[in-house]
Design a protein around this ligand. Sequence first.
Ligand code: ZN
Length: 257
Amino acid sequence: MQVEIVPCLSDNYAYVLTAPGSRQAVVVDASEAAPVRAALQRSGLELVAILSTHHHPDHVGGNEELVREFPRARVFAFGTDRGRLPALTDGLSDDARFDVGGFEFRALHIPGHTLGAVAYVGADCVFTGDTLFVAGCGRLFEGSASQMYDSLNEKLARLPDATRVFCGHEYTAKNLEFAAHMEPGNAAVRAKAERVAALRARGEPSVPSTIAEERATNPFMRCQSPEILEQVAEDLAGDRSPQAVLGAVRRAKDRYR
Ligand SMILES: [Zn+2]
């Protein structure tokens, strides 16, 4: 799977996916039409599908316009987002499989940031929208801490270690700063922060990460870490379940700078 990273708006990423030798493109999260259209035109690609990770406008703002230009393109999203996600044609259920653009994708329902959030797994990649960020996770706008825990730790963390992780925003440097604050003893966090600082200084994106790197550095996937437990102990009110720890880490992140 060839993945072209298309910066959109201030810090969003859309992704243009093509199979080797194919002129068909699948776009993950058409945040806005213009940069996506430009990327398609540069490579002479026909848009055959948009995979929307969730309904927020900064992830679906280009759907209507792109579908007008490519009337055969299908728009995939989680089924319950029908009615609030523009141009949706194919409503998905958890674990649904579908073929498009020369790829087989699997949908993973990952509620937490929104109730209809979905990740797309294809080839060695996963597209996680605003649920799993590199070294972070999205705010709990619609779902609960417990749902976010399951989405990150029971679903995404179980993908193969080498799975490449492409998320919805470039928030990595800030996220790693918070990760280091939560787990000062985590050497993997420090090493990754150095790598990301070098990438960003060159104007390059911090994506993709991998599932193995996220398990090693992402505080929301490390709810059993003794250092993290200690950091949030006062906010746990006796419930030291990993779901409660995730909720406390999320609240700490909401307050952090
Ligand atoms: Zn969002």
